[in-house]
Design a binder for this molecule. Structure first.
Ligand code: UFG
Length: 342
């Protein structure tokens, strides 16, 4: 019999890639999603890639009664992977209450409903934003967390603290929090990828949307940072590599391999690339020029972030395999297919 995994936010960007990897590793998947930042069409795309259409429940996890009912129905699940959350940094600064309400109510309802139904495994989708402005690089899981700049980031930090408290209360919860650096790229089929609503906040979708003519010009936010070319450095990670780490985390929990009931792993490549590195590689991959302009710094941007990948390698047996070229060319393939409607 297949192990059943509940994936909240499974129609979204990282969620859909993880669902594909779970299905390909012989798990049964139940997606809970309110489609607030995704479409049901993703299910057909997952079917095209894997030959299996996952079970789908359209549900708002802020709704306690509905959440309890769905967990009762699927109480034979082995674990939950929690992707369901709003994630736009800028919007969260404008609408903090919406972010705290959505990201935290849904977390609380998920945790209490799964525990009521004896589902002990919980994988949490976290972010490198919990490290704030790190004092030392590469960032290890031992680095102190700091209050993130944005309410969005703060929901990630608070969520980890909630999980920690729930575990200390002897609830039997078994959790792994995965702190993502900068996920980009798309599935090699070009059938699933990132679909930002409105104007993208993040660099990669802004670049691809500029290149297809949806945006006029990319604004590069500052070139006076203390880095090799003055633009900020990030650790970009292919979404498919990221998805594979979730499958390993699920397996670690099911196989009872955890050394502590709450474990935290950074997910990055360990390599830092500047904004100009990304633009230059994009131009190489597409053999075209990107329209961009250097402008003012964006509030809250940290000069340099990249991960230590040691712990994830040692404990999860995970390392990122895909290079920057593959990340950027897959993002580009996805954007082009999307605009050609296939
Ligand atoms: N950038 C631009 N122009 C743009 C967009 C981004 O120059 O139009 C630059 C940013 O200034 C930054 C780099 O590109 O230097 C990367 O920016 P992203 O917005 O793509 O990514 P961030 O590192 O700011 O954000 C990521 C995640 C967030 C998370 C944050 C902090 O997307 O979820 O890291 O860890 F909160």
């Amino acid at each position: 019999m297949k192990n059943k995994i509940i994936v909240t936010g499974g129609c979204g960007y990282i969620g859909s890639h993880t669902v594909v990897e779970l299905i390909e590793n012989n798990y049964e998947v139940v997606i809970l999603d309110d489609l607030s930042n995704s479409t049901e069409d993703t299910l057909e795309r997952i079917l095209k890639i894997t030959g299996t259409k996952p079970t789908f429940v359209n549900i708002d996890l802020k709704d306690k009664t509905a959440t309890k009912a769905v967990f009762k129905k699927h109480n034979d699940a082995e674990a939950v992977i929690n992707f369901a959350a709003h994630k736009a940094v800028g919007e969260s600064v404008q609408k903090p209450l919406m972010y705290y309400k959505n990201n935290l109510y849904s977390l609380l309802n998920t945790l209490s409903s799964q525990l009521e139904n004896g589902i002990k495994g919980f994988i949490f989708s976290s972010s490198a934003t919990v490290y704030g402005t790190p004092e030392t690089l590469p960032i290890t899981e031992e680095n102190e967390t700091q209050r993130p700049f944005s309410p969005y980031g703060n929901t990630k930090k608070i969520a980890e603290e909630i999980i920690d408290d729930v575990i200390k209360s002897d609830s039997k919860l078994q959790s792994i929090s995965l702190r993502y650096f900068n996920p980009i790229g798309a599935h090699e089929s070009g059938l699933i990828g990132e679909l930002p609503s409105g104007v993208p906040n993040n660099l990669m979708p802004y670049i691809t949307q500029t290149a297809v003519g949806l945006r006029e010009k990319l604004m590069v936010y500052g070139n006076d940072y203390p880095t090799k070319d003055g633009t900020p450095i990030r650790d970009y990670i292919h979404v498919v590599d990221l998805a594979k780490a979730h499958v390993l985390a699920v397996k670690r929990i099911i196989d009872k391999k955890q050394e502590q009931p709450f474990e935290i792993f950074n997910l990055g490549t360990g390599n830092g690339f500047s904004v100009l590195d990304i633009i230059n590689t994009f131009e190489e991959v597409t053999n075209s020029k990107l329209n961009y302009e250097i402008t003012e710094r964006r509030a809250g941007d940290v000069p340099k972030l990249f991960a230590s990948t040691k712990l994830a390698k040692e404990k999860l047996g995970w390392t990122a395999n895909k290079n920057l070229h593959e990340m950027i060319s897959s993002s580009w393939k996805w954007e082009q297919k999307l605009r050609n409607n296939n």
